[in-house]
Write a protein that binds this ligand. Structure first.
Ligand code: ZN
Length: 272
């Protein structure tokens, strides 16, 4: 076998391996792109949820990637204006979202967003504001600080951050009595809205649980939210048909690089 044939065979194998792992060969998907982050920082000792942590350096590189590539970062209120007016999404629009409302969002993500000129949205668990991640078993994630109300207000006043509800206590909604689930959904909108002096238009299901349940989605709608966000991987067609499904998101893992980010934004997933 000649050297050329061997090199060609090696390259072909490398291409096949890359295609089995990454989605570059899929066709690009149009629609609403919603990045889903949780924690920015270094996982504490004992964390079994390391993939939910994105380092401050990586987060900065990802926000810079978005801006360098012409993306406009939207707030929930921007999305609401687009939905209400029936307007199309701006050419390259993206929502950056964070689940839960950790203090590390305030310490490490907000300064980066402010500095680079991007915007983001945080889904807050009302009863854990200024406390710790009470819903986690400490066997999977040690207790870490949640943002205080003062920190949430400071971020809101900067115009860089808006908020949505992530319930009162972060339960699995489908396991609750219907009345209790409805309370988690509606009471958090009322209380968080009052604490922040804003009407909330967005809701995210803890663990994504309930995002596929029509009865729970109905409660979210009745509570006055314009948008409900799932934890399902994907890009949702826009204009959004609310009846068909909750809004999908693009889950950014701690190990993801900017190539993963680019594929998530264009293909709706980076890996198979
Ligand atoms: Zn959550």
């Amino acid at each position: 076998m000649s050297l050329t044939v061997i090199i060609a065979a090696v390259l072909l194998l490398a291409l096949l391996a890359a295609s089995a792992r990454w989605t570059w060969w899929r066709s690009p998907k149009p629609g609403l792109k919603v990045l889903c982050y949780h924690k920015v920082g270094v996982p504490p000792r004992g964390s079994k949820l390391g993939e939910l942590w994105v380092s401050p350096g990586k987060f900065r590189a990802q926000v810079k990637y978005l801006l360098d590539n012409g993306y406009t970062t939207l707030l929930f209120s921007d999305l609401k204006k687009l939905a209400d007016s029936g307007a199309a999404l701006p050419g390259k629009a993206v929502l950056i979202t964070f689940d839960d409302g950790y203090e590390n969002n305030y310490l490490y993500a907000w300064p980066v967003l402010k500095e680079l000129g991007a915007k983001a949205n945080i889904f807050v668990v009302f009863n854990t504001i200024g406390k710790v991640n009470l819903w986690h078993g400490t066997a999977s994630e040690p207790w870490i600080n949640m943002a205080t109300l003062e920190q949430l207000r400071e971020m809101q006043d900067s115009g860089v951050i808006e908020y949505g509800s992530h319930t009162m206590n972060h339960p699995r909604l489908s396991r609750l009595e219907a009345g209790d689930a409805a309370w988690e959904i509606a009471e958090s909108r009322r209380q968080l809205g009052a604490a922040l002096g804003r009407e909330l238009c967005a809701f995210a299901y803890p663990y994504g649980d309930g995002a596929g349940a029509p009865a729970l989605r109905e409660k979210v709608s009745e509570a006055g939210y314009a948008f409900d966000f799932s934890f399902r991987q994907g890009i949702t067609p826009w204009p959004w048909d609310r009846k068909s499904s909750a809004l999908d998101r693009l889950y950014i893992r701690g190990g993801d690089n900017n190539w993963d980010l680019a594929l998530q934004l264009s293909r709706g997933a980076s890996r198979l």
